[in-house]
Design a protein around this ligand. Structure first.
Ligand code: DC
Length: 754
């Protein structure tokens, strides 16, 4: 804990003027806590929240309230010092300060500042809440009238609207009431506070009084200086420990340094490419004298003296650690810092700073570290050397190569990486510069990724990189290579990207798309692409056409085409054989090849219309047949077995009325099946008169007359009666010729025959 002075009191008691003056005298940081409540209230008004709803003050968790070098209040970085002095804000601040959420948030900020610095703080609850252990607590009061006068004077000086004495008095009275009657941390004097009524005292009187209280508490400027120096040592030590662990983690202090960039700093043409990089860590605004510098800034300083190394010493119970040799360097404005051996770029073996620098030397140093509480800065010439090395990389960076960088750390502002000895940052805003998620980054710490350097950030001695661009460039190059490798006949597993009436666009890799025309989807005709393919489907395709901007794909070329292949190899008229796989009344199904069947209709089985295929053929029998029809659209093959032999009907030269000898094959219900030559015919029983039909046996040869002969239909019907009558008639005419008697009748002939 540093040296702390708490000043509380009602509005207009003179707290801020006194506190500012003491801060200067004792080199303390002055914190106007009232201004913090005012800034919070201003933001609440600007956001239009319901001021009486405590919950709506949650915006404060995302709000930055700080002080700059001149003690001006910065609300989210904007100087609002005069905006917070209006009556509206005063009233809103007094109101807002009654809420626990607001107080907790601001008190914690105030305590944080006090923990790192020597401070003088004024407000309402400093001695009672914020700095309960302050070295000195003052409670300043003044009469209401006096405070009213002071407030009016203050407004006049600040060119603000001045109200009447009565109105101002009422305003102050109301605030006094609210500040001291609120439930949480009301304005009260701490038990151990010294009360000073300033009504009749000048500001100098009050200051002197407080200064004497300060020295009474045993605190002198000397102590303060001693205290500061000790703090500096502690910070430096802390810094060293940090560096060691950073080195172990292969990080550099540069990467750890607060990043401070604003949109205005970015060159305009790169603004689109690179977002304004926000503060990774707040700049040390509470270090007034150093606020104009930032870490890693390169400045010119003058060597004041070389402080030799000192061994560890003891003074009383205090141990002062050993100190290494360092150069005290002063900047133009008097700000000082140390350059130690480890931060010096070019010391030869055994050489000391003492050998290299003499008082008055001008030296270019980079600010390696700024201590917010006023400790001396840490300078580095090694960082300057690094900056110069970066300058030599300018052309390289401008050529936008893809480089490999090592991932070091994921921070709010971006991804910290290293390229050789240089720190690189891939900013997170805009998002397009970094396309990795936090989870992905986690797995990449310590590993290399590819990036494209965008520019050198000399103010931070680092390279700004774009990782997305590297991914894109890589993808582009891969796509180019892939395109160059394509050839007709190649087969790819693609993804359907888009479906049109005429086909589907398929990504075959690296974003290269080809067209799978509807006619190339399947061997069967496809009427609607969506019936076979949908967006997102994986589909195996073959390149069948490769033109400049067109890649023609086929899916069907990769699907076996059994029917097509068979048809290509076998035409109508060809004799084929296959296995019988189905037998029905209508005919036989014959398997001709894998997945290809032919149909052999019953009518094509045999020239014999009465042939019974069920009796003649069994499943799995092999049959030989001739292809008599191929219907490609219906995928139908018709076979004929009977056409393997010559049509016996066509061989037969008989005519209707011819007398022919037929052989009886078998008896049927109303007649006989007979054979004539190679064909079969029918002899009805009704046409047999000369003998009993029952007496006719298979194998008998009968003389018959042809009644019907239709070779095309394969029909033959014969008649026995008519054949016999004809034979009789012919015999009679032969007899008559022999008798040479004209008078003889047919009766005479028959008598004689008997
Ligand atoms: O000191 P001031 O008038 O600038 O303070 C503005 C308001 O903030 C005041 O009405 C009370 C409140 N305040 C507080 O509650 N606690 C503090 N430590 C400081 C101010």
């Amino acid at each position: 804990m540093g040296w702390q002075i708490a000043i509380d009191g009602p509005a207009g008691a003179g707290k801020s003027s006194v506190a500012k003056s003491i801060a200067k005298k004792l080199n303390l940081i002055y914190i106007d806590t009232g201004a913090m409540y005012r800034a919070a209230a201003l933001k609440a008004i600007n956001l239009g929240i319901n001021l009486s709803n405590e919950d709506e003050y949650k915006f404060l968790y995302d709000t930055s309230i700080r002080f700059n070098e001149e003690g001006h209040v910065l609300l989210d970085g904007e100087d609002v010092s005069s905006l917070i002095r209006t009556v509206e804000v005063s009233n809103a601040a007094s109101y807002a300060s009654t809420f626990g959420l607001v107080r907790t948030r601001l008190v914690s900020e105030q305590q944080k500042i006090a923990s790192d610095n020597n401070v003088i703080m004024d407000g309402r609850d400093i001695g009672t809440v914020v700095l309960k252990n302050a070295n000195l607590k003052i409670f300043l009061t003044a009469s209401l009238d006096e405070r009213t006068r002071r407030r009016m004077k203050e407004r006049e000086e600040k060119n603000q609207e001045v109200f009447s004495f009565e109105d101002t008095k009422k305003e102050i009275e109301a605030r006094d009431y609210q500040d001291s009657h609120r439930a949480i941390s009301p304005l009260t004097k701490a038990d151990d506070a010294v009360e000073i009524d300033t009504s009749n005292l000048s500001i100098e009187d009050v200051i002197n009084k407080i200064m004497s209280l300060v020295s009474e508490r045993g605190y002198s400027m000397e102590n303060l200086e001693q205290n500061l120096e000790q703090k500096q040592e502690e910070l430096e030590k802390e810094e060293e420990t940090k560096e060691v662990s950073e080195t172990l983690a292969e990080e550099t202090p540069v990467e750890e340094a607060p990043v401070e960039e604003t949109a205005a700093e970015e060159p305009a043409e790169e603004a689109a490419e690179e977002a304004p990089v926000e503060d990774e860590e707040a700049p040390a605004e509470d270090a007034p004298s150093k606020a104009k510098y930032h870490e890693l800034q390169v400045v010119i300083g003058t060597v004041v003296k070389i402080i030799p190394a000192k061994p560890e010493t003891k003074r009383g119970d205090k141990v002062f650690p050993a100190k290494e040799e360092k150069a005290l360097i002063e900047l133009e404005d008097g700000t000082q810092g140390y350059l130690s051996v480890k931060d010096e770029a070019e010391l030869a073996e055994g050489e000391e700073l003492f050998d290299k620098y003499i008082e008055g030397d001008e030296v270019e140093v980079a600010i390696k570290r700024i201590f917010p509480d006023g400790g001396k800065m840490v300078f580095s010439t090694a960082l300057v050397a690094k900056k110069h090395k970066l300058e030599a990389l300018e052309d390289f960076v401008n050529s936008r190569p893809v480089i490999k960088v090592k991932v070091v750390k994921n921070v709010d502002v971006g991804l910290l990486t290293k390229y050789e000895e240089f720190s690189c940052l891939i900013p997170k805003k805009p998002k397009s510069l970094l396309s990795l998620t936090d989870e992905e980054i986690e797995g990449l710490i310590g590993k290399e990724i590819e990036v494209v350097p965008v520019r050198i950030d000399y103010s931070r001695i680092r390279i700004i990189c774009n990782q997305t661009a590297a991914v894109q460039q890589k993808a582009k190059a891969e796509k180019k290579d892939f395109l160059a490798s394509l050839a007709e006949g190649q087969v790819y597993e693609g993804t359907v990207k888009n479906i049109e009436k005429y086909g589907a666009f398929v990504d075959i890799g690296f974003g290269v798309e080809g067209l799978l025309h509807v006619s190339e989807i399947d061997h069967n005709r496809v009427f609607k692409v969506e019936k076979v393919l949908n967006v997102g489907d994986t589909v195996k395709v073959q390149i069948i056409k490769l033109e400049k901007d067109h890649i023609g794909l086929s899916r069907k070329s990769l699907i076996p085409n059994f029917f097509g292949d068979f048809v290509n190899a076998n035409e109508v008229g060809k004799v084929v054989s296959g296995k019988v796989v189905d037998i029905r009344d209508a005919g036989l199904t014959v398997e001709l090849a894998e997945n290809v069947n032919g149909f052999l209709p019953k009518s094509e089985y045999s020239w014999d219309n009465d042939a019974n295929i069920n009796e003649e053929v069994k499943l799995d029998d092999t049959v030989e047949a001739k292809i008599i029809e191929i219907d490609v659209n219906k995928k139908r093959i018709i076979l004929s077995k009977k056409q393997l032999t010559e049509n016996p009907w066509e061989k037969l030269t008989v005519k209707v009325n011819d007398i022919v000898d037929v052989t009886v094959l078998k008896a049927l219900d109303n007649g006989f099946k007979v054979q004539l030559g190679e064909v079969t015919g029918y002899l009805p029983k009704a046409s047999i008169r000369s003998r009993a039909a029952d007496s006719i046996q298979a194998g008998e040869v009968l003389k018959t007359k042809v009644r019907i002969f239709d070779a095309a239909k394969g029909r033959l019907v014969v008649n026995m009666n008519e054949a016999e009558e004809r034979v009789e008639r012919e015999n009679y005419s032969k007899y008559m010729k022999a008798q040479d008697k004209i008078s003889n009748t047919l009766g005479d002939y028959l008598k004689e025959k008997k």
